[in-house]
Design a protein around this ligand. Structure first.
Ligand SMILES: NC(=O)c1ccc[n+]([C@@H]2O[C@H](COP(=O)([O-])OP(=O)(O)OC[C@H]3O[C@@H](n4cnc5c(N)ncnc54)[C@H](OP(=O)(O)O)[C@@H]3O)[C@@H](O)[C@H]2O)c1
Length: 285
């Protein structure tokens, strides 16, 4: 199978490359330099030349807070560019697997969000990603995969921030009233490759990493594993605080747990337990 990955330098892009490298697929992974997805001509040329059967869009504007003051860039990357990818996919009959976010929801639910639940993003990032979902759906064959709280050994993420802060602080305050589901980018990468291979029907799917928790609980779990895995690590005290005590430019959903039973029913072997992934990731972060 011929697979083209965008966003090669990001967390998901790096994990996809690690795993595609262990398959027999013919694949290329493009970073911003080799294919800027906001450049429609570059997208058409690269996709027209390589002729992938599947395009996995791992490129995105992911700076949730910065997006509030940089709306134009967020929309160009998260929405308009997805339309260019969908158009190019249609030109050669490729399928597109597009990654989206739990932040399309407003967090007012009290049980895990299903794919069909009403969306209502609270900020620019979520709104631009929602527009990207709609753009992806203009492809003849598309899957939108919403995921949440992505972490990995690569790039910038909550896990790496916590480990960095713990190196210099004996005590950390972490928000305890936002509930979501951490997702290891490697598990998401494996699921996306599985979706490419299995020709999953077009539609919206959720994929997340197992049990839900608060950011505070996630931090505590990270430090528990780090204390076991890293000989020089000193476990800090983690104090629970409320969202109002940690104001950010972008409003975040208080509850964004995703029900991913639909995808797991069509892809029963999909991995995805963030607790199990922690030792591996912390050993490499
Ligand atoms: N991170 C999370 O917590 C989270 C949560 C829910 C959903 N998601 C979704 O999951 C997907 C993967 O996220 P991630 O964490 O892997 O993101 P990431 O680490 O921020 O990587 C995104 C990549 O996209 C690239 N990119 C940005 N603009 C581009 C452009 N114009 N052309 C080509 N590449 C461009 C970036 O390139 P540069 O390195 O050059 O900037 C970066 O390498 C995204 O769709 C994101 O919205 C993420």
């Amino acid at each position: 199978m011929r697979i083209l990955v965008t966003g090669a330098d990001g967390q998901l892009g790096r994990c996809l490359q690690d795993q595609l490298g262990q398959t027999d697929h013919a694949w290329i992974a493009c970073n911003r330099d080799s294919m800027d997805i906001t450049d429609a001509q570059a997208v058409n040329t690269k996709i027209g030349d390589f002729k992938p059967e599947v395009i996995i869009n791992a490129a995105a504007y992911t700076a949730v807070d910065k997006a509030e003051s940089d709306e134009k860039t967020a929309w160009a990357i998260n929405a308009d560019a997805v339309g260019y990818l969908a158009t190019a996919a249609n030109m050669i009959g490729a399928r597109i697997l597009h990654v989206s976010t739990d932040y399309v929801f407003d967090g007012s639910a009290t049980s895990p969000y299903k794919e069909s639940d009403p969306v209502c993003p609270l900020g620019v990032y979520g709104a631009s990603k929602l527009a990207g979902e709609q753009a992806a759906a203009t492809a003849n064959h598309f899957c939108v995969v919403r995921t949440a709280w992505v972490f990995s050994e690569y790039g910038n993420n909550f896990l790496k921030t916590m480990l960095r802060l713990a190196a210099s602080r004996p005590e950390l305050s972490v928000v305890a009233d936002q509930i979501g589901t951490p997702t290891y980018a490697g598990d998401l990468a494996a699921a996306l490759i599985g979706m490419a291979e299995e020709e999953i029907p077009s539609g919206v799917y959720h994929f997340s990493g197992g049990r839900s928790c608060s950011w505070h609980q996630f931090a505590d779990a990270i430090f528990g594993v780090a204390a076991n895995e890293l000989s020089t690590f000193t476990r800090p005290e983690v104090l629970p605080i409320s969202t109002s005590e940690y104001p950010t430019p972008a409003k975040r959903p208080a509850y964004s747990v995703l029900d991913d039973s639909l995808l797991r029913s069509v892809l029963p072997n999909a991995a995805g337990d963030w607790v199990q992934a922690l030792p591996y990731v912390i050993g490499r972060a």
